[in-house]
Design a protein around this ligand. Structure first.
Ligand SMILES: *Cc1c(COP(=O)(O)O)cnc(C)c1O
Length: 426
């Protein structure tokens, strides 16, 4: 790192007194790095240093930064019409995007509600599930069953369905609406206890909510598709809706366009965001199956879904999302993800031999090194090596852009092996 104050831009110095940073004890945390430009899998800092981005800005920038096709689509939309309100007015980018998402998703997941962030998309899914039962005249089905290790957002409704202890929200426990939290059914015993938990709460449950395949921000923990099939079976048996939060896994991250289709399980509602616009703009979608939508379709105005964010279906964001979907059709993204998976496996394998490494795992373009405990100073050491990797809790992970080059990817895995080697052996 450059000496403090040497080449820091003025806006950073003066702005730091006014910006409230995310997930940070600002008194003790290192200040954020000023980024001047992005391109592909690289970030250029204000002082000219270039970092290879290992996490694609919270796994959003799946095509790399500044993809010309997305930039062109957004530029054209900006000239024509940045945005118009979604209530009473319609615009082509959102309507085309809704049709395309419906065509891409399995089964009759065909009714798209747009929002601007992942947390709100999950809240809308929860609201749909609860009102689904109300509209059908079933009383008391107001709770959501979610899972330990899960992460679904930072708003009050979503905090309540995150992991109750590990989540970043434990201190709000008394403030949150109580929900039912279980363990993922990874084996016979867990399946039996989850079954018992659901049986005890069926009368008050509206839906089961899960991140399929990867519990992302909760610790990058994987589970098999058999777990998802078991959840579908339980939801059907007890007459609950099944919600997949694919905000992390959607758009190729686990090696398939969507985890739901790949696992052969069609949820009743799915949430999407993060890579939806290729990391260009905030946008999220909650997509419901036909039978869910039909519970709201009525002559009774009271049965309507009363929700509508100001920037719902933002036209620039939808233009970016359409361009992002074009790229999944015209560029070999899934082959790139398979290639990244193999290279992550090989590149991270040496970490297995290090003391204090609990697990090394890869699924698609997600590579994880789980440690016994997180040593201090990793972040700074990674920056020294020219890579942007942001360890959290006890995991060091990579979720790179799918267009990353072999050399860039090797630099990322090499930096992890070297930095962890030096730190854990010290
Ligand atoms: C990031 C994330 C969210 C929350 O999305 P925001 O846009 O940060 O509100 C919800 N669920 C999952 C699985 C996520 O990865």
């Amino acid at each position: 790192m450059s000496a403090p104050g040497s080449s820091e831009p003025g806006w950073l110095k003066s702005g730091l007194d006014h910006v409230w940073l995310p997930y940070a004890q600002m008194k003790t945390a290192a200040p954020p790095l000023p980024v001047a430009a992005s391109q592909g899998a690289r970030l250029t800092l204000s002082d000219g240093r270039v970092l290879i981005d290992g996490i694609a800005s919270w796994w959003t920038a799946c095509h790399g930064y500044n993809h010309p096709h997305i930039a062109q689509a957004v530029r054209e939309q900006l000239e024509r019409m940045p945005h118009v309100m979604f209530g009473g007015l319609a615009h082509e980018p959102a309507y085309r995007l809704a049709s395309r998402l419906a065509a891409l998703l399995p089964g009759d997941l065909e009714r798209v509600f747009f929002t601007e962030s992942g947390s709100v998309a999950v809240e809308v899914a929860m609201k749909m599930a609860v009102q689904y039962w109300m509209n059908r005249g079933v009383k008391g089905r107001t709770k959501i069953l979610s899972f330990r290790g899960g992460y679904h957002g930072d708003t009050f409704a979503t905090m309540a369905v995150c992991d109750p202890e590990e989540g970043m929200h434990a201190k709000f426990a008394g403030v949150l609406a109580p929900q039912i939290i279980g363990d993922l059914p990874r084996g016979e015993a867990e399946f039996a206890s989850l079954c018992a938990l659901i049986e005890a709460h069926t009368h008050e449950l509206a839906a089961i909510l899960v991140e399929p395949r990867v519990q992302g921000a909760g610790g990058m923990v994987f589970h098999g598709d058999d777990v998802l099939r078991a959840l579908r079976q339980l939801a059907d048996e007890f007459g609950l809706l099944l919600i997949f939060d694919e905000i992390f896994t959607g758009f190729g991250r686990t090696g398939a366009m969507f985890a739901c289709a790949a696992s052969g399980v069609t949820p009743d509602i799915i949430t999407l965001s993060k890579a939806l616009t290729g990391g260009t703009s905030p946008l999220a979608a909650t997509v419901a199956r036909r039978h869910v939508f039909e519970a709201f379709w009525s002559d009774d105005a009271d049965k309507a879904l009363m929700h509508g964010p100001t920037f719902m279906g933002h036209a620039l964001a939808c233009a970016a999302a359409n361009a992002s979907l074009d790229l999944f059709e015209t560029e070999p993204r899934m082959a790139q993800v398979a290639h990244i998976a193999a290279r992550l496996e090989a590149g991270l394998a040496p970490c297995r031999a290090l003391p204090g490494v609990r697990d090394v795992r890869v699924m698609g373009a997600v590579g994880v090194v789980e440690l016994e405990c997180m040593p201090k100073g990793l972040q700074a050491a990674f920056i020294e090596k020219g890579v942007w990797i942001r360890p959290f809790r006890n995991v060091v992970y990579l979720t790179p852009a799918f267009v990353i080059s072999n050399a860039e990817l090797d630099q990322l895995t090499g930096a992890i092996v070297e930095v962890l080697g030096a730190t854990l052996r010290a």
